[in-house]
Design a protein. Structure first.
Length: 164
């Protein structure tokens, strides 16, 4: 009527030749550590919507801005959220603008979405401007817009003075 379950049996001894084979999961080899495996990409640094930053930001990684920044930003990928306002120069390999920038934008790839508002010059290698984006400034294409000497316009010459 009752039968004894094998679940409750003690583990078989190694010298027991009639023991049932070990489950397949126990025979699976353990994975080996591979030090040359690529590291997972770190998440973007986030400037939240309730944060106001005064100063320059610089990273080799990615930044997503939802708050307000008064200063220059340099990053690999820079995403400006719809609620964000930047007052300063923006420099990144990829720049995606959903919010408001007052200042120069320099990037290899620059994208202004329909909610973007940019007041300043854009220096780019490639640019995309969606319908509805607001842009006041000049656009200049350069092969290397991230170069330190990239300027949107030459410096104005000083006015000549009259000899007395």
């Amino acid at each position: 009527m009752f039968s004894k379950s094998k679940i409750n049996d003690p583990a078989p001894k190694s010298d027991d030749t009639t023991a049932a084979p070990a489950p397949a999961a126990a025979k699976a080899p353990t994975p080996e550590f591979k030090p040359s495996a690529p590291k997972p990409k770190a998440p973007a640094s986030l400037i939240s919507s309730d944060l106001h930053v005064k100063g320059n930001l610089r990273t080799a990684g990615d930044i997503q801005v939802e708050g307000e920044v008064e200063g220059d930003i340099r990053a690999h990928l820079l995403t400006i959220g719809e609620s964000a306002t930047i007052r300063g120069e923006v420099i990144a390999d990829d720049v995606v603008i959903h919010g408001h920038i007052v200042g120069r934008v320099r990037g290899l790839k620059v994208r202004l979405t329909s909610t973007a508002r940019v007041e300043g010059d854009i220096i780019h290698k490639t640019i995309a401007i969606e319908s509805g984006a607001h842009f006041e400034g000049s656009v200049q294409r350069q092969d290397d817009p991230l170069a330190a000497g990239a300027k949107s316009a030459p410096a104005p010459k000083p006015a000549p003075t009259k000899p007395e």
